[in-house]
Design a protein around this ligand. Sequence first.
Ligand SMILES: Nc1ncnc2c1ncn2[C@@H]1O[C@H](COP(=O)(O)OP(=O)(O)OP(=O)(O)O)[C@@H](O)[C@H]1O
Length: 242
Amino acid sequence: MTELLSTHGLVARYGDFQALYDVDVAIDEGEIIALIGANGAGKSTFLRAVMGLLPVKPDMVSLDGRPIGGTPTDQMVQKGVAIVPEGRRLFTGMSVNDNLRVAIDQVGSRGRKGGWTLERVQQLFPILVEKGRVPVQNLSGGQQQMVSIGRALLCQPRLLLCDEISLGLAPKVIREIYAVLPEIRAQGTSIVLVEQDVGLAKSASDRLYCMLEGRVTLSGRSNDVTREQISEAYFGGGHAVV
Ligand SMILES: Nc1ncnc2c1ncn2[C@@H]1O[C@H](COP(=O)(O)OP(=O)(O)OP(=O)(O)O)[C@@H](O)[C@H]1O
């Protein structure tokens, strides 16, 4: 498979605090990888560093083999990397359709071409047709997450970074949302899933990386890594993953 994005000795800091240490992660075209780890392990920081939201050196992140670390976020989107941020960050006071149109307008005519249209997003999440004119703050958490994913897809990403899309949602809704990931991949989009639910992460991904205190402590094919290996990597040993 062809490598799409990779990090090389990625380091990130918040002031004096170092949050990432030499993180090497690679995502191939068409691949779904999961990034797991406890609260504070550095998963969101990894996504922020890749998206140009934290200062990193150019050669710490490559896209298509070219150094792009530290590229401003809007240019990362133009290059085909989009994020579904933690907490969804929708425009409250605006309808579902207007939230989605913001992405269409932002990418605009100079933007990337791709197969995602409003209609295609509505096919993926049919409830958004009925809710099109509803202000986003009146939606359920799951429906808001669907809008957030739809908005990212309308940027026509080659790589979609998802930050804890299951957080706070009911199991049935989580299943609904995770069920669309294969369809997204089938459109040619690779996916990074930041996920605290280890079982969900394992079943939805081809490969996974586990982080602990800013470092990758385990990586492997999701089908091959054992619960014991994950447990040790997740907690530093001695705990069970449930
Ligand atoms: N804006 C910030 N300023 C200072 N430190 C931060 C900031 N954001 C995160 N951190 C710290 O960086 C470390 C990694 O945080 P990060 O949010 O990346 O973890 P995470 O694995 O995504 O966990 P969570 O599931 O809680 O989001 C933590 O120690 C956290 O306290």
